[in-house]
Design a protein around this ligand. Structure first.
Ligand code: ASP
Length: 461
C-alpha cells in the first residue's frame, strides 16, 4: 500500500490498516469486540497516538476505535473525491462591498467544509466559496494568508504585521476586513489591534471557530457568514470579535475588541463582553446594534497605525502565598512592566511588598487589574490598596488583565517615560476603561446558558 493511502497513521494503527488492506478515505466496515462500526476512515495527525483508528460515522460524528478491539475491517468503497472542497471561482459584482480576509490560522482556517465534513484546509476565496457559497451573496471576498498558526503562537511580531497589513488594506480602499484567528488568544490580538489601529474608517472583524467543521455542530461557516456581513455592511468601524451569542445558532454577537474575552474552553458561545454589553447582535441578514456609542464607518482613509510593542512586559496572576522572589526574578530578567491581576479590588499579600518597592525603584512600571474580571480596581478601600499605591502601583480602573497587558506592551513600545506610559495607560482608546458598568451587562443579550436562555425567552419574544 502506498504511503499516502495511510495518511498520518503510524506504528500499530498503521499495521492494523495494512493487515486488513484498508485505506484512509475508504468507506469501511469495522468489526470490533464492541460491535460493528461503519464509516469513513479519516486521516490521522502526525502527533496522535498509534492505538486508534478514526472513523467518521454517517451521523457526522467521529469515533476513535481502539485497535486492540478490532477483529476485522472491510473496505466497501473509497470516497476521497467527496472530501475535496470544490474550488469555484468566487463571483464578484461591482455593487457588492469588497472585503479582505486576513488569515492567521486556528481551527477556522484549517477545517472549513461544513457540507461534506471534510478535514482539509480551505483558504483561497475559491475554496471558501466552495465551502460557504453564501459568502458571495454578501461581499466580494479576497484573501491573504499572513500566518498559519494556532493562536497560542500569536504574539507581538504577528500583532505588528497584522496592524500594518490592515493599514495597507484600508489605504487601498477596502470596505471591510475579516481576520481569521484561533479562538484561544483572539482577545489578546483584538486588544492589541484596538490600540495599534486607531481611527479606522471601516469594520475590522475577528472571527474563529470553536468546533472544527468536521463536526456537525461546527460554528465555522455561520461565524464566517456573520463576520462577512459585519465587515461588508455594518457601520461599526472598530476592531470587533464576531462569534456565537447563545449556544444555539440563533444569532452571533459583535464584541468590542477591548472588552471581549474567551470564557469557556469548549462552548461555541465562549466569547463574552465583560464589564459592558456587546456592540451588536448579528444574524444572516440583520445587524441589530445594542448601543450607540461606537465609531461609525467613514469614507475617508485616515487610519492611524501605531505598531509598537515592548516584549519585556508580563502579566502576573496573584495567588495566596505568592513569594517576593517571583517579582525579583521578573525584574532580574529585565522586564520593564508588570500587570498584576490582583484579588478582589486589587490586592496582593504583604510579603511581596518589599519586592514591589525594589521593582519600582529599578524603574519597572506596575499596574493593577482585578482577577474577578467584572468590576473596578478600588485601591482606596482597604489599607492593602493604599499601601500598594504608595509603593507605586497604579490602578487601571476596569481594564481587563489581558487588555492591560497588551496595552502596557504597546505603551512601553513607544516611550521610556513612566509619566507618558501612565498617560497612555489611563487614557481610554476604545472602551478599555469605561465610566460605569451596566448592571445587566452579563445577563442581558449574551445568552449561552440554556436555563437563562429559556428564562429570558419568556420575556423577550
Ligand atoms: N487552539 C486553537 C487556536 O486558538 C483553537 C481555535 O482555533 O479555536 O488556535
Amino acid at each position: 500500500m502506498n504511503e499516502d493511502a495511510l495518511k498520518g497513521y503510524k506504528g500499530e494503527a498503521r499495521n492494523t490498516l495494512e493487515k486488513f488492506g484498508v485505506r484512509v478515505w475508504s468507506d469501511a466496515e469495522v468489526t470490533t469486540s464492541r460491535g460493528l462500526f461503519k464509516g469513513i476512515i479519516l486521516p490521522r495527525s502526525e502527533n496522535d497516538d498509534d492505538q486508534h483508528i478514526v472513523l467518521k460515522l454517517a451521523t457526522g460524528y467521529n469515533v476513535g476505535l481502539d485497535i486492540n478491539t478490532i477483529e476485522n475491517m472491510i473496505e466497501r468503497g473509497y470516497k476521497e473525491a467527496h472530501y475535496k472542497i470544490p474550488e469555484k471561482e468566487f463571483p464578484t459584482s461591482p455593487d457588492k462591498p469588497n472585503v479582505k480576509l486576513l488569515g492567521t490560522g486556528g481551527t477556522i482556517a484549517s477545517r472549513l467544509d461544513y457540507r461534506t465534513g471534510a478535514v482539509i484546509p480551505a483558504f483561497s476565496p475559491g475554496e471558501l466559496y466552495g465551502a460557504v457559497p453564501e459568502l458571495a451573496d454578501i461581499c466580494n471576498l479576497s484573501t491573504e494568508k499572513l500566518f498559519a498558526v494556532f493562536s497560542e503562537n500569536m504574539g507581538p511580531k504577528q500583532y505588528l504585521k497584522l496592524a500594518e497589513a490592515i493599514g495597507e488594506e484600508i489605504e487601498k480602499g477596502i470596505h471591510g476586513i475579516i481576520i481569521g484567528h484561533g479562538t484561544d488568544t483572539m482577545h489578546h490580538t483584538a486588544g492589541a489591534l484596538s490600540f495599534m489601529v486607531q481611527n479606522s474608517p471601516i469594520p475590522i472583524v475577528m472571527v474563529g471557530s470553536q468546533r472544527s467543521s468536521d463536526r456537525p455542530s461546527s460554528d465555522a461557516a455561520l461565524n464566517l457568514i456573520h463576520a462577512a456581513t459585519a465587515a461588508a455592511h455594518s457601520d461599526i468601524a472598530e476592531v470587533m470579535v464576531c462569534m456565537f451569542g447563545p449556544t444555539s445558532d440563533e444569532y452571533g454577537l459583535l464584541h468590542r475588541g477591548t472588552r471581549v474575552r474567551k470564557m469557556h474552553s469548549s462552548y461555541r458561545s465562549t466569547f463574552r463582553t465583560l464589564g459592558d454589553i456587546p456592540l451588536a447582535m448579528i444574524t444572516r441578514d440583520k445587524i441589530t446594534p445594542l448601543r450607540r456609542d461606537y465609531n461609525r464607518r467613514r469614507k475617508d482613509r485616515n487610519v492611524k497605525v501605531l505598531p509598537f510593542f515592548e516584549e519585556k512586559v508580563t502579566l502576573l496572576y496573584y495567588y495566596p502565598n505568592m513569594q517576593p522572589d517571583i517579582i525579583d526574578a521578573i525584574v532580574d530578567c529585565g522586564y520593564r512592566g508588570i500587570i498584576i491581576a490582583g484579588t478582589g479590588l486589587g490586592h496582593v499579600n504583604k510579603p511581596v511588598y518589599p519586592a514591589i518597592e525594589r521593582a519600582v525603584k529599578a524603574g519597572v512600571v506596575i499596574y493593577m487589574t482585578v482577577q474577578t474580571l467584572w468590576g473596578y480596581v478600588h485601591m482606596y478601600v482597604y489599607d492593602t490598596g493604599r499601601d500598594l499605591m504608595a509603593k507605586g502601583i497604579i490602578p487601571t480602573e476596569n481594564m481587563l488583565p489581558e487588555v492591560a497587558y497588551v496595552k502596557l506592551g504597546w505603551a512601553l513600545g513607544q516611550t521610556e517615560d513612566p509619566e507618558e506610559v501612565k498617560r497612555l495607560m489611563l487614557t481610554p482608546v476604545c472602551g478599555e476603561i469605561t465610566e460605569r458598568e451596566p448592571y445587566n451587562g452579563y445577563l442581558v443579550y449574551q445568552g449561552g446558558i440554556p436555563e437563562i436562555e429559556a428564562f429570558l425567552k419568556r420575556f423577550h419574544r
